[in-house]
Design a binder for this molecule. Sequence first.
Ligand code: GRG
Length: 304
Amino acid sequence: MTDQTFGATGAFPEALAQAAGLTDELLGKLLAVPPGPEARVVAAMRYSALAPGKRLRPFLVLASAQLFAVAQRSALQVAAAIEMVHAYSLIHDDLPAMDDSDLRRGRPTCHKQFDEATAVLAGDGLLTYAFEVLAHPDTHGDPMVRCELVTALAQAAGTQGMVGGQMIDLLAESDRSLDIGAITRLQRLKTGALIAFSCEAGAILGKAAPELRAALRGYAHDLGLAFQIADDLLDVEGSAAETGKPIGGDAAAGKATFVSILGVERARSQAKVLVQQAVAHLDLFEKKAELLRQAAQFVVNRRA
Ligand code: GRG
């Protein structure tokens, strides 16, 4: 494994790059292509999981785990698992039955590079493998902690989280009548739940006191909404060259988003308020949470 201690410089850009390097190294090992015809689905899983993304969720796992002095090896297992679930969601979201997208992370989407059936299987393979990784003894010596991680990720990814949010989103397509409360709930489920799991994972690994775990949940809640508003703003103001995916899709589809409801200026100021709120949740951790504070600023200023 690369000789890197996550966050050693205390600067967010380096820490994000380290999270990406360390997580990709582990993903590369976990997703070694086997011999035999099943090699094709593992190659598709590799293609999507290792495609260049920000690796924000792995960063959040590593930074939250560091608050509780969790071993980096344990945190990396969770970082790899969450990135697998995220990659699965992107593969399935891009399929013709959903967003029908040709471009993701600056490359052809999984079903364009391989084929639709392989992309469905690659998503399924990544989702199931993530739970195998969490259940592995390398993730934590205490089986109860591993069980808690499995339950928390299942809840975040399933019908009470991302899958539920995606269902609401599909039903709401072309529905401009959604109000701000409905959009907030949709996004809390669709993107917020995985972000919240990423932040809480450190507290689970570190067997943290309930109030510390609650503080991380509060941070994640505000961060997730700020992240989504930034995503909606990028869909209006960004470019495909920057984001690596088609832009303008929400407006073309007539979708209600934070930006379509609030307008660009109010959406931007709301994102800033959410970042301030997110950062305030971290007061309990004092200086130890500096990387998470910087991450909150990054989320609203990002261009990809
Ligand atoms: C198919 C079950 C299922 C769920 C799909 C997450 C999701 C639900 C769809 C992705 C569509 C989308 C663009 C959502 C907006 C927020 C989001 C998750 C953006 C992509 O995440 P980033 O910006 O991507 O962290 P990178 O590529 O940097 O990892």
